[in-house]
Design a protein around this ligand. Sequence first.
Ligand code: HEC
Length: 477
Amino acid sequence: MTPGAGRRRRALLLALLVPALAVPVVAFAAWQGGGGGGTGPSFSREVAPVLADKCAGCHQAGGIAPFSLTDADEIAERADLIGAAVQRGVMPPWPPGGRSPAYAGEAERTLTDRERAVIVAWAAGGGRVDGPALEPRPEPAVRVRPGETLLRLRMPAPYRPSVPAGGYDDYRCFLVDPKLDRDSFVTSVRIEPGQRRVVHHVILYRVDPRQVTEAEGLDAADPGQGWECFGDSGLSNEPSDDALDDADWVAAWAPGWGGGRLPEGTGVPLEAGSRLVLQVHYNLLNGRAPDRSQALVTVVPASTGLEPLRTMLLPAPVELPCADGESGPLCDRNAALRELARKYGPEAAFTPAGLLFLCGEPQGDGVTACERRVREASTIRVAAGHMHLLGSSITIELNPGTSRERVLLDIPRWDFHWQNGYALKKPVEARAGDVIRVTCRHDAGKRPDRAAPRYVLWGEGTTDEMCLGLLQVTRGL
Ligand code: HEC
């Protein structure tokens, strides 16, 4: 690691967004099928099964989505909205765009061209509902394999999410103790939300035994269960050569996102005595019930000989000055740095300089990038991106501009609300010396109206920004 870039806030996390991806809309043309007369596809035969399969996991009574798609009347009322959301590609939420490679579980989370066409044609034909809606398939139980131990790590007590007036989102970290008395590997992670309608997503960090005191301190310093944490777990990192190559990320979970298995044959190492942090994003659009979620984590002993899965961080500088015509005390970069130091400690104010040193100046117009060389031959298995609220796109590429170019992740419309990691269906090999580039675009125009203009820098708060690629890799090809 380079001098100024040392001590860096723990890895952040992840990513993803809602939007609308480049899902070409083939609408009517692709729907040629077995219909209900002149009014488009049959609801019962063609539409209801798709809604149950691809939508109702979130859109059910008590779910995270704002209305249920398991009730025929509710569906009939919203046929236009459903057609529009599907046509625009915003639902179901699947952030990666067309340049991205194929990811595990993608088929369960996205619509086929035909399914999209059926729903759009049905809505356009009047959205007639000719039978009952279907219930979603229940989520399959966590499968525990021979040799694995299932840990149920429950939040220590219920937490009542709270937000400032006008806000809907609460990011909270909870420390749980897997009580490991021997070194282990995590092989899968599933979250069982206590209150499905408020738990939007969860990111799991590992806390190694040397960090436990700091984590307990954060917990004790914040009244109530857990502590407030927006960009990451809030734990600091010891300066080390490894800080960017072995970050403390374990896995991410979002509703309906599947079984939570880490890539076959791999596991995230967890030393005896480690803790885990559940970073929970609560979204209170649907109410604010108290939650007590639990993580279901399978582990195997370290002696099992899995390939250790490491998380590489690829940060890029963020330097977003106030726009022309804007003014305010925090439009001054030095004043913004002093504020970072005041809020998050002196080291937070060094990160922007460290990133400029590592990566050079951003390109301007909100675009920033950074390249890192791969130190040793590795196999890239999972990709994720992380920005905050001003993020608008993020791309991670291997060897850009060469014949060995591979896009690892491309999220053309970033939405902080949909964060996740994407396991590559075909792992990608990176040789020593290969270049990995992360490129982000931020749009200062996404700043909430009530927020004062400021020079935005890398930082962990809601009004600070990040540009961070994350790759989970194993050693060797
Ligand atoms: C992973 C959870 C999830 C899945 C799967 C999902 N939705 Fe949603 N949906 C949401 C959430 C949460 C919202 C509230 C807005 C937001 O957070 O983006 C929403 C909002 C909507 C809206 C309102 C959009 C607007 O413009 O106001 C519609 C319509 C919708 N969903 C339809 C669907 C349909 C149809 C499907 C399946 C093809 C689907 N959703 C799948 C979580 C989901």
